[in-house]
Design a protein. Structure first.
Length: 351
């Protein structure tokens, strides 16, 4: 059998589509390196996110395509560089993702912080902005209460760092327990400062934990930056859906693309036998996603360790990274990263 050339390999990879982006790996610029030695082939694929939900599938299809052209020893390695839109939302920040909910108490902050950590655990550079100005909870969930923010020589606020993510919360400025009353312009100015006067550094994802409902922060955020996309956290009940629909409508009104729906407190898994009980009903999040023509990003169980670890300042993804709940957060984080890649690549010119 004859030797293979780099062109043979690239031609074969032109026949492999990214399963989500529906374009071939070569056109997407994902083939970073090809080394051919006789019939031995080594390729490096540059994924669009380290949290790629379809890495295994891509690997299988690349291997099969190369074996079809006669490769006898195939080595596939992966790198990742998160793509942003052509015009970045903030300098150095590739994606701004707003996490919203129709009403309070559905676990939006819990989901936001665990998603941020899960993305960072997958290898992405992540920031978390506590946009819940009226009821900030991220400092507590990350054990950062009492820590004070500082300003660098360039007069930029330096975010705090915890568990691999950069964090900014009003709780690290305002005295604890003090109720904050904000008028529209002050609030707008604060959000502006939190976005623009902060040394976020290079980030793949900036997750913004919004206040519940639909309101001023959402509006300011969308006016001050090109939010890449919004996700909605809901619980399974039908009544929660009505509120969540309002949140979806709010994203639409402020022209923030909806990336998907996450269902929190989806079920309770019995710690001894694993049997699932659907305490709040079943399928509300999926129905919401369908009715809003958006992706269902996954479900997170109702679980004592999720609450306990959040209260203790070490979110479950840090406290028990191998627990099923942490795995559920990682699964959702991968789906979210996948949706962001789809969104950004559909707006980029092809190679
Ligand atoms: N999956 C879960 N299992 C168990 N407890 C949870 C889960 N998700 C959130 N909680 C708990 O529910 C409470 C409310 O969660 P959280 O503060 O994240 O909600 P929220 O929607 O952000 O609320 P608000 O908008 O009012 O700030 C917290 O005590 C949290 O630990």
């Amino acid at each position: 059998m004859s030797r293979l050339s780099e062109t043979d390999v690239l031609d074969a990879l032109r026949g492999v589509n990214d399963p989500e982006l529906h374009k071939d790996l070569v056109s997407l610029g994902m083939v970073e390196q090809v080394v051919v030695d006789g019939r031995k082939v080594a390729v490096k694929i540059n994924l669009t996110t380290p949290a790629c939900p379809l890495k295994g599938q891509i690997e299988g299809e690349v291997r099969a395509a190369l074996e079809r052209i006669g490769a006898e020893h195939v080595e596939i390695t992966f790198g990742a560089s998160v793509r942003g839109p052509q015009q970045l939302p903030l300098p150095g920040v590739k994606n701004v993702v707003a996490v919203g909910s129709g009403k309070g108490g559905v676990g939006k902050s819990t989901v936001a912080v665990n998603l941020a950590i899960a993305l960072s655990q997958e290898g992405a550079r992540v920031g978390l902005l506590d946009g819940d100005i009226y009821g900030p909870s991220q400092a507590r969930m990350l054990g950062l209460e009492g820590e004070k923010l500082r300003v660098n020589e360039a007069k930029k606020i330096v975010p705090l760092e915890r568990y691999g993510i950069r964090v900014l919360s009003i709780a690290n400025i305002a005295p604890p327990g003090q109720a904050l009353v904000w008028r529209g312009p002050i609030l707008h100015g604060t959000i502006r400062q939190f976005l623009q006067d902060v040394d976020w550094g290079e980030l793949d994802y900036l997750i913004v934990d919004l206040p519940p409902g639909t309101g001023d922060v959402q509006l300011s955020l969308s006016q001050l930056t090109q939010v890449t996309g919004g996700v909605i956290v809901t619980t399974p009940q039908d009544v929660a859906r009505i509120d969540a629909e309002r949140a979806a409508d709010m994203f639409r009104k402020v022209q923030v693309p909806l990336l998907g729906v996450i269902e929190n407190m989806a079920y309770y898994a019995c710690p001894s036998c694993g049997e699932r009980s659907y305490l709040f009903g079943q399928g509300g999040g999926r129905k919401l996603a369908e009715s809003q023509n958006t992706a269902f990003l996954g479900e997170i169980p109702l679980s004592m360790p999720v609450r306990e670890s959040g209260d203790a300042g070490t979110p479950i993804t840090v406290a028990h990274p191998d627990a099923p709940e942490a795995q559920a957060f990682r699964q959702v984080a991968r789906q979210l990263a996948g949706q962001l890649s789809i969104r950004n690549l559909s707006t980029l010119p092809m190679v």
